[in-house]
Structures are given as C-alpha cells and as structure tokens.
Design a protein around this ligand. Structure first.
Ligand SMILES: C[S@@+](CC[C@H](N)C(=O)[O-])C[C@H]1O[C@@H](n2cnc3c(N)ncnc32)[C@H](O)[C@@H]1O
Length: 416
C-alpha cells in the first residue's frame, strides 16, 4: 500500500495516477504546457520511472482525449462537465486499460481514490460498463473537434495518422562530419527511428550533430551560407543558431528565457560552435548595426509539433492564437528594423494556424522590403513552396518517410 487517506489504505501506484491527474488539470484547466507542469505535478514521486509513467499516462490521455471522452459520454446519461474530476479520473483509468496495457482491475483501483462519494460510484460504474461492452479506442485517434474544424479538411486524416505513430528523430549534421547510420532526406540531415537513444549515437559527445526536425531546419537553410552578421531572434535552445554558425555566419542569438539560453550555450559548447548570446526581449532590443540576415522563429501556438506534444492541440484556443498572432506581427515589424539594406529577413513559426503564418506574412508591410520567393530547388525533396513563394509544411508532408513537423516560413529582402 502507498499510504492512507481518511483511514483507507491507498493502493500502490495511486500517487502516480494523482500526478497524472494534476498534469491533465494543468494542461486542460490552466492551459500550461505539459512539460512545464511536470516538476510541480510530479514532485511527490521520488522515482524517475514513476515520474515517467505519470507523464506517459497524461501524454497518452491528451493524444486520445477526443476518443476517451466519446466513450465516457456514451456511458453517462447526463454528460459530465469537461473539467469534472470524475471525467479526468475516467480518462486516466480508460487510457491505461485500453491503450497502455494496464490490467483493468489495476487501472480502476488506482484511480478510484481520486474521487469520493457519488462521483466514485459513477467512475466505477462507467468504467465497468465500458469494459464489459468490449469498448476499444480507434486507431488513428480523432483530433479534437475544434482543431478538425479549424484546419483545412485535407489535413485531418494525415494529422490523425501522425498522431498515431511515434515520430522519427532527425539530426542536423555539422558540415563535413561522418553521419550516424540512418535515412537521409536532405544534405546535412539524417533520420533515425523513433525512440532511438540519441546520446548513445556516434558523434554525440563530439558535437557532430544536434536533434532538429527536418522542417525546423528549413528556415535557416533558406538563409543559406554567409560570412556576415546574422541575428537569430527567439533563438533558444539554438537549433537554428547552430545551423547559421555552422554555415559561416557571425551569429547573435537572442532570447528572453534565461534557462533556455543556458541550454543554447550547452548546445554551442557541445557542438564547438560559437555565437554571441543576448538575453533580451526581441520586441525591444536593437543591434548596434543592422545585420545581413535576421531570422525570427517567433513564439507560437506550436500546433506544428502536436505529434511530439499532443497538449498543444488542447491549449491552442482561438483567444491564445489571436494573442500570439498580434505578438508575432509586432516582433516581425521590429525584426525588420534590424536588417541592413540588401539583407534578408526570414519569419518562421512551428504552427499550423493560418493566423500565425500566412496572415502575419500578409500583414507585414515594412517599407523597403520585397518578398523573396522561396524556390522549390532550395528545398529538400517533398517540400513545395506555395504559389506566392512561401512555405507551408502541412500534415501529410513526407508521410511515407515518417512525416515532418508543421511549419510556416516566409522570406523578404530589404531593397534599400
Ligand atoms: C519556437 S521557440 C525557438 C526555437 C529556436 N529558434 C530553435 O530553433 O531552437 C521560441 C522562443 O522564443 C522565445 N521568446 C518568446 N518571446 C520572446 C521575446 N519577446 N523575445 C525574445 N525571445 C522570446 C522563447 O523563450 C522561446 O525560446
């Protein structure tokens, strides 16, 4: 037994489920990223494997939330409120029994102490009825209705398929290094299978490469090689900074998050690359002299990385997207002030939301800037610019090779 509550012994494993419930509460009620909620939601768990299991339960629940809720709603006469503790407890019990291989008796016994009285009887009854009728979870999972109706219809089935499969891991290589064994989608790139322990791969200690989805490597690829000054705005943890430094630029890497900048510095140290690191707000800071290239990888809803972080599908609500879009427009206008005549400006977001991508680029109107259309021959096979020379990486891209994160990239040149 793992303790007592009100004189009743608690079953082993209860504390893990309580942490999973706290994680789901943090994401679904408070709108926090799952990763950010981990330290406080799992602080009562001493063992790393318990913390990892609580994380896995919460992540799988978020991946399958729409289908879990459909099972719960099918078994309740009156729908439970979205934020009812009984609904969250049921989600945790059902996801374990139907997706994570936990024996049903353990799945229910470990969540029942999360709820009292009537709700406890309800959780017990709904779980039992659902299991007795042999319910299963569909594969691939369904997207939340809000997302499925907001995204273009053609994205929905490819996105569901992406949600079903663990994503492969992409490595960006420093020029001239010997690549670890893997599949190559572009020059300077290797794809290794999902779940690979990357720190054990050859070249990790030597800093020959870093983890970066192929789509995330495109904004810096579209700046190319150069000898001048490049400013990487919103740079941490430094994937694009390392690309630019490896491509010959003198890089200024700026971010306002000190902890993420520490990770950027660690990444530079491991890869033996260099950049000037600045802790500042990209909406306020200005360089001493304008730069030859400015890359703005703006803060966004991150819906493009939903297959690694399914919480984004539930946190990207319309108001949050509108607020981010307003912030992105301000940051882009300020970034333009940092570009020297003749220099290049690249805007990128790992978002699948039109409002954060195409609409922000449409609204950019700094004088002296002309669009520099992205050409198909600048992109790895499988990526195609749109008719106006901007790049939308949508669900379904590279589907046969394991997919790619969602991204939007636009490019301008300062003519004067
Ligand atoms: C999409 S992530 C950047 C990923 C990074 N470019 C890379 O390739 O590794 C967005 C970053 O923006 C930073 N950020 C958010 N608002 C900012 C602001 N106003 N000024 C500077 N950095 C900001 C966040 O701390 C976060 O590190």
């Amino acid at each position: 037994m793992s303790g007592e509550e009100g004189g009743t012994p608690l079953p082993p494993g209860f504390a893990v489920r309580r942490s999973a419930l706290r994680l789901l509460d943090a994401v679904l009620r408070k709108g926090l990223p799952l990763e950010a909620a981990l330290p406080s939601a799992t602080q009562s768990l001493d063992r790393a494997d318990d913390r990892a299991f609580a994380h896995a339960i919460a992540a799988e629940t978020l991946r399958r939330l729409t289908d879990l809720d459909a099972l719960i709603d099918a078994a309740t006469a009156k729908p439970l409120p979205a934020d009812a503790k009984a609904r969250t407890a049921l989600r945790i019990a059902l996801v374990q029994a139907l997706a994570l291989g936990t024996p049903p008796h353990a799945a229910i016994a470990t969540v029942l102490p999360l709820v009292d009285g009537g709700p406890r009887r309800l959780v017990h009854g709904v779980f039992g009825a659902t299991m007795r009728r042999g319910a299963t979870l569909p594969s691939p999972p369904h997207l939340p209705d809000t997302v499925a109706t907001r995204w273009p219809a053609a994205w929905v089935e490819p996105a569901r398929a992406m949600l079903a499969a663990p994503p492969p891991i992409d490595l960006t290589l420093k020029p001239g290094v010997t690549a670890p064994e893997g599949f190559t989608l572009a020059s300077g790139h290797v794809r290794v299978p999902a779940g690979t322990a990357v720190t054990a791969l050859p070249g990790y200690e030597a800093g020959d490469w870093w983890v970066q989805d192929i789509a995330a490597s495109l904004p810096a690829r579209l700046i190319g090689a150069g000898r001048g000054h490049a400013i990487d705005l919103c740079a941490a943890p430094g994937g694009k900074t390392m690309q630019l430094a490896a491509a010959g630029w003198q890089v200024t890497a700026l971010d306002l998050d000190r902890k993420r900048l520490d990770r950027l510095r660690e990444n530079l140290t491991r890869t033996r690359l260099s950049a000037r690191v600045v802790e500042a707000n990209a909406g306020v800071w200005l360089p001493d002299a304008p730069a030859d290239a400015v890359l703005l990888d703006a803060p966004c809803s991150a819906t493009g990385i939903f297959r690694r972080h399914p919480d984004v599908l539930h946190r990207a609500r319309p108001r949050a997207i509108a607020n981010l879009a307003a912030q992105q427009a301000v940051l882009l206008a300020h970034a333009a002030e940092m570009v020297a005549p003749g220099g290049v400006l690249v805007y990128a977001v790992c978002s699948l939301e039109r409002d954060e991508g195409e609409a922000v680029a449409d609204g950019f109107a700094a004088s002296g800037f002309v669009p520099e259309p992205i050409r198909a021959d600048e992109l790895p096979d499988g990526f195609v610019p749109d008719a106006s020379g901007r790049l939308r990486v949508a669900p379904g891209t590279l589907a046969e090779a394991g997919g790619a994160d969602g991204f939007f990239v636009a490019r301008w040149r300062r003519s004067l």
